[in-house]
Ligand binder design. Structure first.
Ligand code: MN
Length: 292
């Protein structure tokens, strides 16, 4: 077994996305375009909206990759050009394979707009290999109650297994290429070693609290992302001596595609010609419209 090191700790940039909601984004930035196969990591909020104030992302297209939405607090509703619609509650995951293209809207739920509240969650973009970029759009919508959840023997580590495997549990979500997506909550004094196959890209994103990550036990704070070097196991710990709060974090890992990336806004393909084709198909209505 070889333990992975932290090779860099990246601060998120704070920006407004969609119709103007605040996100923290460790990538893509000018300095780091992707962590192959991951194209984007957006930490939405937590942001408190009053009644009628919630902001989402009105009608927009995607082609060539997958969008994964994981909600921690609040409520979202989505609709697409194929007539698909659904809702997301806290704990729920929507894994949308955009493939050849959808036009969709991602908006605060009617109930959230009525009552206001705290919106908090994630959107992660997972690239599709060239062979899958034009497949038929597909959804996996998993309620929080069906996301496998395990607690360590000492009770100090909780994991929600969104993709991949942890603490003896396997995810219910199926991925097109090997992906690990775990949400850990580690109490002070808790630690774990998570297997991550050698050769996978891997990162830790700190949602709240602080964690000591990797072989050198490097400190990672809220809103920071640690990129991990190669190896087959990742050590995560929260020292009881200096932490009073649990650490909440995501561990993402995946087999890199090692393919050319041509990206422009909501389209991620392999060549510039394919991006132009995507724009043409969107503008001529080939990705459809959302029925009102
Ligand atoms: Mn979208």
């Amino acid at each position: 077994m070889s333990e992975r090191s932290v090779i860099s700790v990246v601060d998120s940039v704070r920006i407004l996305e969609g119709g103007g909601f605040p996100v923290r984004r460790p990538f893509p930035t000018q300095r780091l375009m992707q962590v192959d196969p991951f194209l984007l990591l957006d930490h939405l909020g937590p942001v408190t909206w009053g009644p009628g104030e919630g902001i989402g992302a009105p009608d927009h297209p995607h082609r060539g990759f997958e969008t994964v939405t994981y909600l921690l607090s609040g409520g979202f509703q989505h609709k697409d050009s194929a007539g698909h619609a659904g809702k997301l509650a806290p704990g729920d995951v929507q894994w949308m394979t955009a493939g050849s293209g959808v036009v969709h809207s991602e908006l605060p739920s009617d109930e959230f707009m009525r009552n206001g509240g705290v919106m908090h969650g994630f959107q992660i973009w997972v690239n599709l290999p060239a062979r899958d970029k034009m497949i038929k759009p597909h959804y996996q919508e998993i309620p929080g109650t069906e996301i496998p959840q395990a607690i360590s023997a000492d009770g100090k580590v909780k994991v929600r297994v969104i993709a991949g495997e942890s603490l003896g549990l396997s995810a219910v979500i199926k991925t097109r290429t090997p992906i690990t997506f775990l949400h850990f909550t580690i109490q002070p004094g808790g630690e774990l070693e998570q297997a991550v196959p050698a050769g996978y890209s891997a990162l830790v994103y700190q949602i709240s609290g602080e964690v000591q990550a990797g072989k050198e036990q490097k400190l990672v704070c809220e809103g920071q992302m640690a990129r991990l070097g190669d190896g087959d196991v990742v050590r995560l710990a929260v020292a009881s001596s200096d932490a009073t709060l649990p650490a909440d974090l995501l561990l993402l890992a995946g087999q890199p595609l090692n393919e050319p990336v041509a990206r422009y806004g909501p389209f991620v393909m392999n060549t510039r010609e394919e991006i132009e084709q995507a724009f043409g198909d969107y503008q001529s209505g080939h990705m459809g419209h959302i029925a009102s």
